[in-house]
Design a protein around this ligand. Structure first.
Ligand SMILES: *Cc1c(COP(=O)(O)O)cnc(C)c1O
Length: 365
């Protein structure tokens, strides 16, 4: 196998990154812009790294059109730590929050929040293995909740909010780990947006939190310092050593997105990629999409043949053709093709070609 071999990587996360960005990181690996050191070896207090961090924030603000009255924080601890930090920092008025549970990540967020206050589930799609986005009326929300929580894109089940959830005047908090930067979002509709970087941004280790400035600074006195958003905001995400390498790669991804037409162009490409795969699945006599059509995700396309052995055969034959990481989440089985920004359209074409071939050879007569 040749040293430069790159498989077609459909992983749900950590996942594919733009090849152009990887090559740039490679070229700068030993000597970042004449500094004589790698970003991995650099002090996070150095002027070089401070610029990397500042530029990453500025470019993310440009890409997502983040209003001035929001902080952008570069944290560690993954999406999972946000499940705790959100209630600790924001459930500090009435001490109540309402949660929508549309998948395992939302369930985990809910289970964590319960430890910190009066938390209620206002909708769940657990009855049908989270295959749809459960509806709620804004009247179902308790008047005095501190926030309403939703997971915007359910990575495991392939569902996504295809319109903004209507929470009336309530504060909306969301997990966008697997859809951030894939579509244009009006940040001002949310009090807080967070995303683990390892799906659509950068390597694991970085979690981005975008939070309205007036919402923080209310954590209880005994809050562990790392868990207080205010400390990170005051110190420009440099209270302690930040995930330097991941911030650097994220910054390179932001530059790459800006020079490739921004989120609008990405979204158009993402729609094209997902639609052709869904169209094929819908026309197929073998493959069945598992997510409700109106709630389908552009990022994670989930499907089955209906026969677990055939699913396994599909995943293993796809791998032998260079298409890797196509098995569904270990909890649901079947297949999942994650089509993040960095995944080239040709890979989707190749996948569809292979699915057609697989169907013609294996279809039960
Ligand atoms: C992957 C994922 C998480 C978990 O992130 P960690 O960084 O592993 O803690 C949370 N939410 C969503 C939507 C995810 O896809």
């Amino acid at each position: 196998m040749n040293d430069n071999y790159r498989a077609m990587n459909f992983s749900a996360g950590p996942s594919i990154l733009p090849e152009e960005v990887l090559k740039k990181c490679d070229a700068e690996m030993l000597n970042y812009e004449g500094s004589g050191e790698s970003v991995m070896e650099m002090s996070h207090r150095s002027p070089e790294f401070k610029k990397i961090c500042k530029d990453a924030e500025t470019n993310l603000r440009t890409l997502m059109n983040i209003p001035e009255d929001y902080y952008v924080l570069f944290l560690q601890g993954g999406g999972t730590l946000q499940f705790s930090m959100i209630p600790i920092n924001l459930m500090t008025g009435s001490g109540k929050a309402d949660y929508v549970v549309a998948g395992q990540w939302g369930k985990k967020a809910y289970d964590e929040a319960v430890k910190f206050g009066d938390v209620r589930k206002i909708a769940s799609s657990e009855d049908k293995t989270y295959s749809y986005i459960p509806k709620f009326n804004k009247e179902d929300i308790r008047d005095d909740v501190d926030y309403v929580y939703v997971c915007y894109n359910n990575t495991i089940y392939g569902t996504h909010y295809n319109e903004y959830p209507d929470v009336g005047d309530h504060l909306l908090v969301t997990d966008m780990s697997s859809s951030i930067l894939s579509e244009e979002i009006d940040v001002s509709k949310f009090g807080l947006i967070f995303a683990g970087a390892q799906k659509n941004i950068a390597p694991a280790g970085l979690t981005i939190v975008i939070v309205r400035k007036d919402l923080i600074g209310k954590a209880p006195e005994n809050t562990p310092v790392y868990l207080d958003y205010e400390m990170h905001a005051k110190k420009d995400s440099m209270y302690n050593t930040p995930p330097c390498w991941s911030i650097y790669v994220a910054g390179e991804v932001f530059k790459y997105l800006i020079s490739n037409g921004g989120i609008k162009a990405m979204h158009e490409k993402n729609v094209r990629k997902a639609e052709k795969l869904y169209d094929y699945i819908d026309s197929s006599d073998m493959f069945i999409g598992t997510a409700a059509k109106e709630d389908r995700s552009l990022m994670n396309v989930t499907f089955v043949t209906g026969d677990p052995d055939l699913d396994k055969k599909f995943v293993s034959e796809a791998k032998s053709k260079g298409m890797i990481n196509l098995s569904g989440h270990r909890s649901v089985g079947g297949m999942r093709a994650s089509l993040y920004n960095a995944l080239p359209e040709e890979y989707v074409d190749a996948l569809i070609e292979f699915m057609k071939e697989f169907e013609s050879v294996n279809i039960r007569k």
